[in-house]
Write a protein that binds this ligand. Structure first.
Ligand SMILES: Nc1nc2c(c(=O)[nH]1)N[C@H]1C(S)=C(S)[C@@H](COP(=O)(O)OP(=O)(O)OC[C@H]3O[C@@H](n4cnc5c(=O)[nH]c(N)nc54)[C@H](O)[C@@H]3O)O[C@H]1N2
Ligand SMILES: Nc1nc2c(c(=O)[nH]1)N[C@H]1C(S)=C(S)[C@@H](COP(=O)(O)OP(=O)(O)OC[C@H]3O[C@@H](n4cnc5c(=O)[nH]c(N)nc54)[C@H](O)[C@@H]3O)O[C@H]1N2
Ligand SMILES: [Mo]
Length: 681
């Protein structure tokens, strides 16, 4: 987008760019409203006693307080007792600095971030199969060339409106769009075919699609032989996924499974994309693997206008997962348990490899251990609002309350900031330089348009101020350009190699696709044309089997509950719930249910209903719609308080990725009787 300053006001207008083709969603248009919002934090806040109020404080006092709290925690416990929680919205520079701050200034292994809630299942599956995790291994404009596009668990019409232009372009050229979603979403309405499975059955659907392609003799045998390993076992496994059985399990008719398999297998160019609907499950990694198996068996990855990809979520969802805020990771997508990676990165940082901590634990495990005997006693949060967005949020909220020290850097008083001992007011997007990496692996520049308001510091300045007070063995630069130069060196030779990416090059080339090892050499818009970055150059298929949701339905909790997003709200809503136009468009949470179910429950449109699980409940008005399966209810997760969807969600996680099962748990729905109907107490 392009930002114009008219007087002191900043306006947002779209810019003609290949990825979004000049498109921008409503949240983009209105983003400038938050820069001068009356709720904007412009002074640090400090809490003097537990449960006392937050009061304004100066920066010196606030940072001293944080440093003293950290030192006290170190003294009573150990280095791992201080933890960090980051965010996929942070720029590459900030994500990198935060990972370095945790490992070097704090010396803790305990850092993870909200990307764990987001693309970690697709990332783990991509890494396992292809040896690399880049959302799309090709430019998004390639999508228009696909003849069939299978979109699994994604609702881009609401979550990524600019993507819809590429899908529309594909359809104008005769391509077919097939959407897999338990709801008839705005995206599904534009599809040529919509499969409406029971939540949590995508893996079985994928195996059935491969089964059909296999028995009909439509696999790319030459590709399987030359470019992959592992097909034999996959063949034996999918042989058991008879379409009729998968229809019984998922509710997707045999005819639709067959049509989908043929639409994918009989064209030259087909694309399979997954997003959170398929991935946010305790079997998310295996589900993505099943779709990757299908793509590989059809010979798609590496062919023009074809392949598998994952639709990235947050502003810097891709770059945020490459430079070290993940528990097991060092910059450049290196592994923290790899001795060569440790010595390279330690060299760049100016510390010894032995001083670097080992891997920490994934986000939910980290948050769930806070304040317990074995868990961290202090937490620093940069760019997340887990009180609203974490699974089983009431439990996470109580863990946060158990901490000796909670520090939140934010520009607004998020629900998590409300619990903090110290809140540090930081700069927003229009006030900071840096880079972000989009779903295509394309590194883009973000430019500062104005300085932050008085009293506000950047995240980099906050980290530098703390590092200084904690006698960090190395300095933390506050200039993003300097940080980026260091990031380039730290990532050099790693899977996500940014060594050849310079800010100047990004500006002259409409972004630079990683890997880009050499400033004068080419970047990599398309991966996998000749080989895969695995030891033997081949992609790895892997047999995966369906398993039921972590929490099956039962007599007490007979319905499936799933969650997601609406167009006008963003994430935990800290930002978008404060923008008047967005609040008007999506004022409250709601519970979407089918008319048959509503009839059975005696619920009318707009009636308050309660959704109960073993973990808690949410209350919100009913939205009755035939577009959802009668056995499933849906709620968006953008609201705190009574309407908080994550009071209900399950905290079961994927054993490989640590992804929570946001997309399915067992619930009961009840009508909330108006006061007049209730029995007197
Ligand atoms: N407006 C808006 N846009 C956003 C965001 C936002 O908060 N608001 N957040 C951004 C972020 S961080 C992300 S990660 C992306 C997410 O983008 P999406 O993945 O598109 O978003 P969701 O709404 O979480 O899930 C997509 C769909 O999955 C469906 N679904 C639920 N359970 C299942 C299942 O078991 N199987 C299948 N196949 N589908 C299922 C839901 O009905 C929903 O329509 O959006 C980004 N864009
Ligand atoms: N039930 C359910 N729960 C979900 C999901 C779901 O589909 N269903 N989706 C999950 C997914 S995919 C995601 S990505 C998470 C997202 O959920 P969160 O991790 O809570 O992400 P945000 O709401 O974006 O929170 C970002 C916070 O950081 C602040 N912030 C923004 N930019 C910066 C910055 O540059 N620096 C600092 N210091 N602060 C900043 C914002 O003001 C906001 O308060 O939610 C997850 N939770
Ligand atoms: Mo996300």
């Amino acid at each position: 987008m392009v930002l114009r300053t008219s007087g002191t006001r900043i306006e947002v207008t779209p810019r003609q760019f290949p990825t979004n083709q000049g498109g921008l969603c409503q949240k983009g248009w209105t983003a400038a409203e938050l820069l001068d919002h009356p709720d904007r934090l412009t002074t640090p806040l400090v809490r003097d006693r537990p449960h006392g109020p937050l009061r304004p404080a100066g920066w010196a006092e606030a940072l001293d307080r944080v440093a003293a709290g950290i030192r006290a925690t170190w003294q009573r416990y150990d280095r791992d007792a201080v933890a960090v929680f980051g965010g996929g919205g942070l720029t590459n520079e900030k994500a990198y600095a935060l990972g370095k701050f945790a490992r070097v200034a704090l010396g803790t292994r305990n850092i993870d971030y909200n990307g764990r809630w987001c693309m970690s299942s697709a990332a783990a599956a991509g890494l396992r199969a292809f040896g690399i995790d880049r959302g799309l291994p090709f430019p998004v404009t390639d999508l228009a060339q696909a003849q069939t596009l299978l979109l699994v668990g994604a609702n881009p019409a609401e979550t990524m409106p600019p993507l819809m232009r590429h899908l529309a372009a594909m359809r104008e050229r005769g391509g077919r769009l097939i959407v897999v979603d338990p709801r008839v979403t705005a995206t599904a309405r534009q599809a040529d075919l919509h499969l409406q499975p029971l939540p949590g059955t995508d893996l079985a659907v994928a195996n059935a699609l491969l089964h059909v392609a296999l028995v009909e003799g439509r696999l790319d045998r030459a590709y399987l032989a030359e470019r992959t390993t592992g097909f034999d076992e996959v063949r034996r496994t999918v042989a058991g996924y008879w379409p009729a059985e998968v229809e019984r399990l998922s509710g997707v008719p045999v005819a639709d499974l067959e049509t989908t398999a043929r639409d994918l297998a009989t064209v030259d160019r087909a694309v399979i994309l997954t997003a959170r609907g398929a991935e946010q499950h305790a079997k998310g990694v295996d589900t993505v693997t099943a779709f990757i198996n299908l793509a590989l068996a059809l010979g798609l990855p590496g062919r023009p206008g074809s392949g598998y990809g994952c639709l990235t979520g947050q502003g810097n969802g891709q770059g945020g997962r490459e430079h070290g805020q993940k528990a097991d990771q060092l910059p450049g997508y290196r592994r923290i348990d790899d001795p060569a990676a440790r010595s390279h990165v330690a060299g760049v940082w100016g510390v010894t490899p032995e001083s670097l901590p080992g891997p920490g634990v994934p986000a939910y495990q980290l948050l769930d251990s806070l304040g317990t005997d074995t868990g961290p006693k202090a937490l620093l949060v940069f760019g997340s609002n887990p009180v609203v967005s974490a699974p089983r949020a009431a439990r996470v909220e109580s863990r946060l309350r158990d901490l000796d020290l909670l520090v939140v850097a934010d520009f607004l008083r998020s629900e998590t900031a409300e619990l903090a001992d110290v809140v540090l007011p930081v700069a927003q997007w229009a006030e900071e330089d840096g880079t972000m990496t989009n779903l295509e692996g394309r590194v883009l520049r973000r430019r500062a348009l104005r300085p932050p308001p008085d009293g506000v510091r950047t995240d980099l300045e906050v980290l530098a101020g703390l590092a200084d007070r904690l006698d960090s063995p190395v300095d933390f630069p506050t200039d993003p350009a300097t940080v980026f130069t260091e990031l380039r060196r730290a990532s050099a030779g790693g899977p996500a190699d940014y060594a050849g990416v310079t800010w100047e090059r990004i500006e002259s080339d409409t972004g630079v696709f990683w890997p880009c090892p050499d400033p004068t050499g080419p970047d990599t818009p398309r991966l996998f044309a000749d080989s895969f970055p695995t030891p033997d150059g081949r992609a790895r298929l892997r047999a995966v089997s369906h398993r039921p949701a972590a929490e099956p339905v039962c007599a007490d909790y007979p319905l499936h509950f799933t969650t997601g997003r609406v167009l006008a709200q963003y994430q935990s809503g800290t930002q978008t719930r404060r923008v008047a136009a967005l609040r008007r468009a999506a004022p409250t949470g709601f519970v979407e249910l089918h008319p048959d179910l509503a009839d059975r429950l005696g619920v009318a449109e707009g009636d308050p209903v309660r959704v109960l699980s073993r973990r808690g409940e949410l209350q919100a008005p009913a939205r009755i719609s035939p577009t959802i399966r009668p056995d499933t209810v849906f709620a968006p997760f953008h609201w705190p308080g009574a309407a908080r969807a994550n009071s209900v969600t399950n905290d079961a996680v994927d054993p490989v990725s640590g992804m929570p099962e946001f997309k399915i748990c067992a619930v009961r729905v009840e009508r909330v009787a108006p006061a007049t109907e209730r029995e007197p107490a």
